[in-house]
Design a protein around this ligand. Structure first.
Ligand code: 6PG
Length: 254
């Protein structure tokens, strides 16, 4: 992994969320300070829920960056926004409906679109406003890690892993026939920062394959998130870090 990878290992998921929230706050505030706005792409799944709930809580109630924040999604399932599997629904219910991000700055991927290819093109056009040196340059992409080594909706063996030009694509999901919308590696790699929040013993093997292994990106897609000019923050709890052969992370409690 490139030198700009920072790995922090927390004793437990709550402390991991503390670290992750510090990264989130730092990266967004840097963007707002430098450019007057910040673009963050968020993931779904279970891991970010602890973060989202804290973002919707008292510690961020008066955060001055909400009005300058643009929220994008890393990926979305091909479902209605009210569906229980919707990543948008998860974020809306856990924090977005409680913070003052202007509605025009909440950029939902329309998983319910009748033609997902058309939606992928529409979504890519939204990223035009964040282009620097020919590709989108978001301030932060918040990513999870699947036990199979996937991130976003970039699954092992997926044809979308090879995409070097399109910014948003329709991708196969984990279930036969399932379709998703996903940001591609060009967008993830062009970001100023990436934050992986990974907790739990069930992710330990995948974490080791990503951070300490040498498999291909096709086998372990999260290895493909090599930022071209940015910092990749890995925030793990001890359980998720338990298969890392050597103390890669910053000792807890610092
Ligand atoms: C999604 C996410 C996906 C997720 C991983 C980890 O839409 O589900 O974008 O990439 O981050 O599957 O999921 P958990 O956090 O639930 O383990």
């Amino acid at each position: 992994m490139p030198a700009e990878v920072e790995i922090r290992i927390a004793p437990d998921p709550v402390r991991a969320a503390d670290y992750a929230l510090n990264v989130f706050r730092r990266e967004v505030e840097a963007g707002v300070r430098s450019r007057g706005r910040a673009g963050v792409a968020i993931s779904g799944g279970k891991s970010p829920l602890i973060l989202f709930e804290r973002l919707g809580g008292v510690e961020f109630r008066d955060w001055r960056c909400w009005e300058s924040l643009h929220v994008f999604w890393v990926d979305e399932r091909a479902v209605d926004p009210a569906h229980r599997d919707s990543n948008y629904r998860l974020a809306r219910q856990s924090f977005l409906e409680r913070v003052p991000v202007p509605e025009s700055q909440v950029h939902r991927m329309r998983g319910e679109a009748p033609d997902l290819e058309v939606e992928a093109l529409r979504y890519a056009r939204l990223l035009e406003f964040w282009v620097k040196e020919g590709r989108p340059r978001l301030d932060l992409v918040m990513l999870g890690l699947g036990a199979d080594g996937h991130t976003a909706s970039l699954f092992p063996g997926s044809p979308v892993l090879l995409e070097e030009h399109a910014w948003v694509m329709v991708a196969p999901g984990p279930k036969p026939g399932e379709k998703r919308l996903t940001l591609t590696f060009p967008v993830l790699k062009g970001s100023r920062a990436a934050l992986f929040l990974v907790t739990g013993e069930d992710k330990a093997e995948a974490v080791s394959r990503v951070l300490a292994g040498d498999e291909t990106v096709e086998a372990v897609p999260a290895r493909g998130v090599r930022l071209e000019d940015g910092r990749a923050h890995w925030v793990l709890d001890r359980a998720a870090a338990s298969r890392l052969g050597r103390p890669l992370g910053v000792p807890p409690g610092d």
